[in-house]
Ligand binder design. Sequence first.
Ligand code: 4AD
Ligand code: MG
Length: 429
Amino acid sequence: MQSILIKHLGKHVGEEVTVQGWLYNKRSSGKIQFLIVRDGTGLVQGVLVKKEAPELFDLAKGITQESSIRVKGIVREEPRSVGGYELTVTGLEVISMAEEYPISHKEHGVDFLMDRRHLWIRTPRQNAILRIRAEIEQAARDFFHQNDFTLVDSPIITPAACEGTTTLFELDYHGEKAYLSQSGQLYNEASAMAVGRMYCFGPTFRAEKSKTRRHLMEFWMIEAEAAFFDHEDNMKLQEELVYFIIQRVLERRRKDLEFLGRDISKLEAIQLPFPRLSYTEAVELLKSKGEEFEWGQDFGAPHETIISESFDAPVFIHRFPAEIKAFYMKPDPEDPRVVLGADLIAPEGYGEMIGGGQRIDDLKLLEQRIEEHKLPREAFEWYLDLRRYGSVPHSGFGLGLERTVAWICKLDHVRETIPFPRMLYRVYP
Ligand code: 4AD
Ligand code: MG
């Protein structure tokens, strides 16, 4: 079954090759038929002329959309054709004839498509998004690898909450209560004390009762944690990661971005360093734009959008009031009302893409915070150990993969950024 991938057709101009895939679309003028084949790496048009190959021509006529097929043909350069090449078909074989395919080339409603997500991902647009997602994941791994961060996987089943108790998915763990991980962070802190600089990358879970363009119940987070990193080092690492990802996608997935209709110049314009705004400055900015906003409130999506519109690059908002942030955030020694944490807000209204900060490294203060937040101390004893045995200043962050994909591709909703989205009231397929 020697065949070549459609993306490699350019290396075989003039040769006879075999391509295997699915029939994406078909056109006919009576005397000529065009079979558009997809194999996941691209599309190619196969051309059949009735006069030259009547049997193949008749066979082609009966092939239904999404049937799996094997096409033999001579590769020709054809700039006007999808993908830039064409196959003059010399052989055709049906592997499995498809039943009437539910997703036609017409417009469909989102609910219809979401119910058929397992088929929807076959379309060129969804293919492009999945490839960009994969590129972002690979870029993040390469970035950390090149910067001496060790991959240390964190567990998915955990005994305690990391990001507050309101969004926990509870499990019956052989009679004990356990939860799906909201973030690998607490384990990452342990790992950073073991290997110095670490990252992890895995699914995380939030039982969010939110039905927004930005929320999923299951999403993937790229997290990093580093010993002897302060808040400033942490922001620098984050902006370098995001910049690296953008450059990589521009370099390797430009065609996919173009296919999605992304305004690439907006991504190209992004430069280091990213702007930094304190929470207090952000509140002033909102007020100057006519928003009613009290110091101490948390930002909602509309506030983040207003802030992001003032900048062409992602923007850090740092030093939030301690009250609206997680228990582990280190207070700013110069103003203990605020913490040394930052959110990175994506441009073009995509909202928070990274949350991170410097962690409390003092045992007494951390014990106090666990109590104030009414967290079950027993579940955190191991975490407190990290402050008992060689505590050091350390920082870390988590980048939400789906929000990053949504922004880079400029999609309306995170549901298209992940192969099988888990959303409020949707867990099928
Ligand atoms: O800001 P969050 O909650 O931060 C943490 O979980 C930290 N413990 C991470 C760390 O420091 N290691 O979440 C981090 C990012 C957000 O900025 C956002 O991009 C994404 O995860 N995120 C979600 N993405 C999709 N759906 C949801 N429900 C999300 N909740 C958070
Ligand atoms: Mg956050």
